[in-house]
Write a protein that binds this ligand. Structure first.
Ligand code: ASP
Ligand code: MG
Length: 424
């Protein structure tokens, strides 16, 4: 059987015409016997723009300006990439038309549902353009709509994958192509799928890595490569650290923990489907495609390098029962069901006899109603403007250096990892 490789290109790798040309060069360089599946995200900041458009529509604000900007952004890329009139123009206009029609006819649909119907179009626009450009460059491709490959439930904006159905669809749709004597490059979207009700869904922000992992898992691929604007997985975010270091090798467990604690380079759901089938992951730079980047696989790394993960704009909530009773299982289960119902992810938690503390992202649209709901049965206190710092493979000296001049509110340590909630 032929080996299959999956490449994933994120928004930054297709954010302008030159970037798309670069993607085409990277695919051209892919030689040899293996078949290639390419997963592409929306171009540049398109997903953010579409999110804004949906929000405006729900606030009954005019979306024309934003839609025009979106059209202009894509049409400029098309103009630069294609020498003569191309059918991609029409495809782009059809998508923009569809977005505008849907938003002009909002019924009593939920925000999350409408969000997915609109936001998924960013990926459609980008893959239409990239696919047409690859063909123009002489690469034989087949365009596959990911909504015909990835089946999910109806949890709009955070859809759960139906693995059996997805496996069936992927093998039905892709295997015949992958088995061809000279297989075409398959171009599909990240981030999007289709629900059991036949509607578009999304897998959660930055979910394209996860899509690549789903495709790799279901086709028993030999390797996944995520192409990024950084040299690979770094031990710290260069936004906060000037001397961030490349991690040449990580175990699956390291990668899972780093993304769990908030390192944004790999989407947290990506590792499990790969680990389950022992499929290695490479994170490479699309700027320097020859550099080795980071390899993630089942082997233990030879050297341990401390890694730092910063989460800013954190909110620390302390919750205690009104009647001075202990924090017991019933209280905890009420607190957790409230957190779940507002879709709030707990970044860190800690409890004592009389109080329970959670550290969460300070997103007021979710935390204000949460605090209100908690207030019915509990006394709550909260502090905003905090940082959550996680150090994997820490040593005391680095922790002390990090803490200098900061107020420590919570500290959790185990043998590999220290986590600190601090006020800067
Ligand atoms: N376009 C989506 C986002 O920006 C998915 C992705 O890029 O992975 O969240
Ligand atoms: Mg993106």
């Amino acid at each position: 059987m032929r080996a299959i490789q999956v490449y994933k290109f994120g928004g930054a790798s297709v954010s302008n015409a030159d970037a798309v040309r670069n993607v085409s060069n990277i695919i051209q360089r892919f030689k040899g016997e293996d078949a290639l599946i390419v997963v592409v995200s929306a171009m540049g900041k398109t997903t953010n723009a579409l999110e804004r458009i949906v929000t405006y529509a729900f606030e009954r604000k005019d979306v024309c300006d934003e839609l025009n900007k979106l059209r202009l952004f894509h049409s400029q890329i098309i103009d630069e990439l294609f020498p003569s009139p191309t059918t991609v123009y029409q495809e782009m206009d059809d998508v923009i038309q569809e977005i505008s029609m849907r938003l002009n006819h909002l019924h009593n649909e939920s925000y999350n549902y409408v969000y997915d119907q609109i936001v998924c179009q960013g990926e459609i626009l980008s893959t239409r353009i990239v696919n047409a450009y690859l063909q123009l460059s002489g690469i034989r491709t087949v365009f596959k709509d990911a909504r015909g490959l990835i089946r999910t439930d109806t949890t709009y904006r955070e859809a759960k994958v139906d693995w059996d159905m997805t496996g069936y669809l992927i093998s039905r749709e892709l295997q015949p192509l992958l088995n061809e004597a000279q297989p075409p490059v398959i171009i599909t979207q990240g981030f999007i799928g289709k629900s059991t009700e036949g509607q578009s869904t999304t897998l959660g922000r930055e979910g394209s890595d996860y899509s690549a992992a789903i495709l790799a898992h279901s086709t028993d691929a030999a390797c996944v490569t995520i192409w990024k604007d950084v040299p690979g997985v770094l031990n710290a975010d260069p936004k906060f650290f000037t001397d961030a270091q490349l991690l040449p090798h990580l175990s699956y467990q390291d990668a899972i923990e780093l993304s769990y604690y908030g390192a944004t380079v790999i989407h947290p759901k990506t590792m499990k489907p790969l680990q389950n089938k022992n499929i290695p992951l490479r994170v490479k730079s699309f700027v320097q495609p020859d550099a080795a980047g980071t390899l993630v696989d089942s082997k233990e790394p030879l050297a341990v390098i401390p890694s730092f993960i910063f989460k800013i704009e954190q909110l620390l909530i302390s919750i205690s029962p009104k009647d001075f009773s202990f924090i017991v299982e019933e209280n905890l289960s009420e607190i957790f069901s409230l957190l779940a119902s507002y879709r709030i992810k707990v970044n860190l938690m800690q409890h004592s006899a009389l109080s329970f503390q959670v550290c969460v992202d300070a997103d007021e649209s979710k935390t204000t109603p949460l605090l209100e709901a908690l207030g019915k049965n509990f006394i709550t206190e909260h502090r905003t403007g905090l940082e959550l710092i996680t150090v994997r493979h820490y040593n005391q000296a680095t922790v002390e250096r990090l803490m200098k001049g900061k107020e420590l509110l919570v500290e959790q340590k185990n043998s590999h990892t220290v986590r600190l909630v601090v006020s800067p």
